[in-house]
Design a binder for this molecule. Structure first.
Ligand code: TMP
Ligand code: ASP
Length: 250
């Protein structure tokens, strides 16, 4: 059991203090929420899957020169991460139109977005994480203009790396959400997680708009087989051979 002091419990993770003020433990949970926690449930094994996928992607990004909060992963659901002050912005990168972009603009789902769209949302559950403009970010003093510019550049750099990586896994990275934090030297580090909870991932082997979904949209829209989809993303990310269907599934 974790006897460290609990610092914060979010929807998908719990943060604990360690003896070192510069390091915290991030423990991934099976709990799932959607629509600003109006829908709640459990995705069995999600904590382990998301911790393993995030670990792999943070390691990949670090190897490509992107600074992240990840230090190591001492247990299947636990990451040791650098202590940061989270910037209250959710940075969304979109390569293909889906989700709220389509709901709010009428753009058809699946429309390619080139160059990719980078959007900033206010990380504020009480307000329902509204879409921001650069003027709103300035008025609310959520980040300095130079930091917003840096976040935009980092988000596009991360998108380049992740798009190529997922493509090698036979997965299209449709869109994803990033969070960043500031370390003691006021440097921006990629934080939080990158997982099927925070990305839209479409299986390139499927054309059917429901069957191709390998991410939390299966939970959001009750598409079924949520656990299976998360496990398949993990298997592809780790490069493990895909499980062949058992006789009962054929
Ligand atoms: P959206 O289309 O609902 O705005 O979502 C864009 C991306 O951000 C999608 O990959 C899912 C991710 N996301 C989160 O990680 N957390 C959230 O709270 C929301 C709304 C979206
Ligand atoms: N994570 C968000 C929530 O529960 C929303 C989502 O991912 O759809 O509020």
């Amino acid at each position: 059991m974790n006897t460290n002091q609990k610092l914060y419990e979010g929807k998908a993770k719990i943060l604990y203090a360690t003896d070192d003020a510069d390091i915290i433990l991030s423990v991934f949970k099976d709990d799932a929420t959607a629509f600003n926690a109006q829908k709640r449930g459990t995705i069995r094994g999600k904590g382990e899957v998301n911790c393993a996928i995030s670990t792999h992607l943070f390691r990949l990004l670090e190897a490509e020169g992107v600074r992240t909060h990840w230090i190591d992963t001492p247990s299947p659901t636990t990451m040791r991460v650098r202590t940061v002050t989270i910037v209250p912005l959710e940075v969304v990168v979109r390569n293909i139109a889906a989700g709220s972009l389509c709901r709010q603009t009428g753009l058809p789902v699946g429309t390619p977005l080139s160059p990719p769209l980078v959007e900033f949302y206010y990380k504020n559950d009480d307000l329902g994480d509204p879409l921001l403009t650069s003027d709103r970010i300035r008025i609310l003093n959520l980040a300095a203009p130079s930091q917003v510019e840096q976040l935009q550049t980092l988000a596009l750099q991360i998108n380049n790396i992740l798009t190529k990586f997922f493509d090698q896994c036979g997965i299209t990275l449709v869109d994803f959400k990033l969070e960043f934090g500031l370390d003691g030297k006021q440097s921006l580090l990629l934080a939080d997680e990158i997982s099927p909870d925070t990305c839209r991932l479409w299986d390139q082997a499927e054309t059917d708009p429901e069957r191709r979904v390998m991410d939390k949209d299966r939970f959001r829209h009750d598409l079924g087989d949520v656990e299976g989809a998360y496990q398949r993303v993990l298997a592809r990310v780790l490069g493990a051979p895909l499980r062949s269907p058992s006789a009962s599934e054929v």
